[in-house]
Design a protein around this ligand. Structure first.
Ligand code: FAD
Length: 284
């Protein structure tokens, strides 16, 4: 659900939109729209997620996808940009150790909500949680951000499953509340191609992906003003856990994420909500 910048232009380089099947998530999204953290997006000319016209309502954060989670972060003390490498349990309390050898805590409970392979590393000493994580499979995904000074894409705002290499192309500035002028394009590569190229330099990946997009959309040969590729190493879940979350009450630690049930933001919401409720219940 991240937003990255090329120069001053923001791009949604991960999640493109969210949709809701679950009533609780729908109510949350409607609230974010009412409070201007999100808007509905109706891309032009797309045949829809059913192939026969867009069936679900697509929501996007405004001014970027990451705005959708802002209401959840109000009144919460948060620390960014520090990677946890160890969870330490002592006297029934938890301490979090970071890569820079600093720590936070003690805490009465911990919720681990990182991708499954990283959760496995953090929870290695607790087989009751770590072992089931072995069955989860996550695939990498290259994302390409392209800034063009002129309009170049044909009228359609979204294209999906274009070729063996390109899975998604969208005009980011067709979303509500984005910067206008030119075309700001997000491309997602297909999983198999990403796996084959994940060790390549991002600059070389950007060139290859842009050449493929130009080819499949028959674009005139135009050099982008700027472009950059980003690898989501644990981007999309292939094989989910099959449980909404796991919580070890005797250790007061739980684990959740989209990969518990699927690969969408809605699955992350369901998992986080259920794990949070289990932790609150354990305290009561
Ligand atoms: C390319 C792409 C396109 C997508 N498109 C869509 C879409 O259109 N619609 C949709 O609904 N979903 C989409 N998704 C999926 C959606 O982004 C995820 O379902 C959602 O972000 C999962 O949320 P999460 O909180 O479970 O995990 P994440 O969003 O993965 O958050 C986990 C966080 O943990 C941090 N972290 C990891 N390890 C550590 C550590 N050791 N210490 C501290 N922090 C750590 C990470 O940096 C990250 O910020 C897409 C995903 C990708 C990659």
């Amino acid at each position: 659900m991240g937003t990255a910048r090329l120069g001053v232009v923001p791009f949604d380089h991960g999640s493109q939109y969210v949709s809701a099947r679950n009533a609780k998530f729908k109510a949350f999204l409607d609230e974010t729209v009412a409070t201007n953290y999100a808007s509905k997006w109706q891309p032009r000319g797309y045949a829809g997620d059913s192939g026969e016209g867009q069936i679900s309502t697509w929501y996007v954060g405004t001014p970027g996808m990451s705005s959708i989670v802002r209401p959840l972060a109000e009144n919460v003390r948060m620390t960014f940009g520090r990677r946890v490498h160890t969870l330490q349990r002592k006297d029934k309390l938890w301490t979090l150790w970071f890569d820079d050898q600093t720590s936070e805590g003690p805490f009465a409970a911990v919720a681990v909500t990182v991708p499954a392979p990283e959760a496995q590393l953090l929870l290695g000493r607790l087989p009751v949680l770590a072992e089931p994580l072995e069955r989860v499979r996550m695939q990498p995904c290259w994302a390409l951000m392209v800034r063009l000074d002129q309009r170049l894409l044909p009228e359609q705002d979204v294209y999906s499953d274009m070729s063996q290499i390109v899975r998604w192309v969208s005009r980011n500035n067709s979303k509500p509340g984005r910067a206008t002028g030119g075309d700001h394009i997000v491309v997602h590569a297909a999983p198999t191609w990403t796996r084959q190229t994940e060790d390549m330099e991002p600059e070389a990946v950007a060139e290859e992906l842009w050449a493929e997009v130009s080819h499949v959309l028959s674009l005139p040969p135009v050099r982008p003003a700027q472009m950059a590729a980003h690898l989501w190493r644990y981007g999309l879940c292939d094989t989910p856990l099959g449980e909404t979350f796991m919580f070890a009450r005797e250790h007061m630690v739980g684990v959740g994420g989209d990969w518990c049930r699927g690969r969408l933001a809605e699955h992350a919401f369901e998992s986080g909500h259920a794990l949070g409720s289990a932790i609150v219940e354990a305290f009561s």
